[in-house]
Design a protein around this ligand. Structure first.
Ligand SMILES: NC(=O)C1=CN([C@@H]2O[C@H](COP(=O)(O)OP(=O)(O)OC[C@H]3O[C@@H](n4cnc5c(N)ncnc54)[C@H](O)[C@@H]3O)[C@@H](O)[C@H]2O)C=CC1
Ligand SMILES: O=C(O)[C@@H]1CCC=N1
Length: 277
């Protein structure tokens, strides 16, 4: 997130980023754009990072002299057990920020303890992919052992790539995951379906694609710049007896979007709970 010309900030503290796929890569892009202290990325599927950062394919290749301020865990939840033993030596000195869906701070701290880092502090965050352009939404949860300084460190790192919020109850992270973690996919699906429907209505594919994408991004940008409720912004498009009202009578039928989105978000939250184990 830009902090304005003429107000240079210290770089984001050095990170050990473990897992640099879709989400880790999106966060890294955001951090690189904001200025990141020399950091190390562990992922055998990532070839390069700009200097002075380093990428290593295997935990055995992690530089012995590297002292990260924060370990960002961004592998799939199913890989957590495999990767944690290699990170224990770092977790004795730096907090761990897990962005993995479902995985609880207690379960992760236990895994670090079993791997030889009994005092490891794990903080959870649920970011989303617009972090790549500083437009992310990240919600965090810190358990009681986390110090104010450790919370502030996570806030510094995550606020560099978008908006942040904190919850006091860890079980809310599953609902957050279902709304804002997975949420960009719902919005991209909307663009996809609008494009397809435009083509079905006879538009040239390139034009259908362009107007669908621009409508979604323009509506998002408009919402970003106002506190007006989404429902009111919707009403402002809806002329009585006009075209939008006809469309919304389909979309807003009780068994249409209201029920569908509710069921979708419920399913995602349930899945997050399952991923805990
Ligand atoms: N994709 C998204 O939009 C979001 C994902 N997340 C979370 O982020 C995590 C990663 O998800 P994605 O980036 O989508 O998955 P991904 O599959 O794109 O990335 C995972 C990366 O981890 C790497 N990896 C696997 N084993 C490793 C190991 N032992 N050491 C180091 N790196 C290893 C893989 O090579 C891969 O690049 C998941 O836990 C997910 O719940 C959270 C919010 C949003
Ligand atoms: O689909 C997933 O499980 C991850 C978590 C939120 C977004 N992607």
């Amino acid at each position: 997130m830009s902090h304005g010309a003429g107000t240079p900030r210290d770089p984001i503290p050095p990170l050990l980023l473990v897992g640099c796929g879709q989400m880790g890569g999106a966060m890294l892009a955001g951090w690189l754009a904001e200025g990141l202290a020399p950091s190390v990325i562990l992922d055998r599927h990532r070839d390069t990072v700009p200097a002075p950062h380093r990428v290593v394919p295997l935990a055995a290749d992690l530089p012995a002299d590297f002292v990260p301020s924060l370990i960002v865990l961004a592998t799939k939840p199913q890989k957590a057990a495999a990767v944690i033993p290699d990170l224990a030596r770092f977790a004795r000195h730096a907090p761990v920020l897990s962005v993995m869906a479902g995985k609880t701070v207690g379960g992760l701290a236990d895994a670090f303890a079993a791997a030889g880092a009994p005092g490891a502090v794990v903080i959870r965050a649920m970011p989303n992919t617009p972090s790549a352009i500083g437009q992310g939404m990240t919600v965090c949860y810190a358990p009681p052992p986390a110090t104010p300084a450790q919370r502030a460190l996570c806030e510094r790192v995550l606020s560099a790539i978008g908006d942040t919020a904190w919850v006091e109850a860890e079980d809310q992270m599953d609902a957050v995951t279902a709304v804002s973690g997975s949420g960009p996919a719902y919005v991209f699906l909307l663009a996809e379906l609008m494009e397809r429907a435009g083509i079905a209505q006879g538009l040239p594919p390139a034009l259908a694609r362009r107007i669908a994408r621009r409508t979604v991004s323009g509506a998002g940008a408009l919402m970003e710049r106002t506190d007006v409720d989404a429902a009111e912004l919707r009403r402002r498009v809806t002329s009585p007896g006009g075209t939008t009202q006809q469309a919304l009578s389909v979309l807003m039928a009780a068994d249409a979007w209201p029920a569908t989105l509710d069921a979708a978000i419920h399913a995602a939250a349930l899945r997050a709970r399952e991923l805990a184990s």
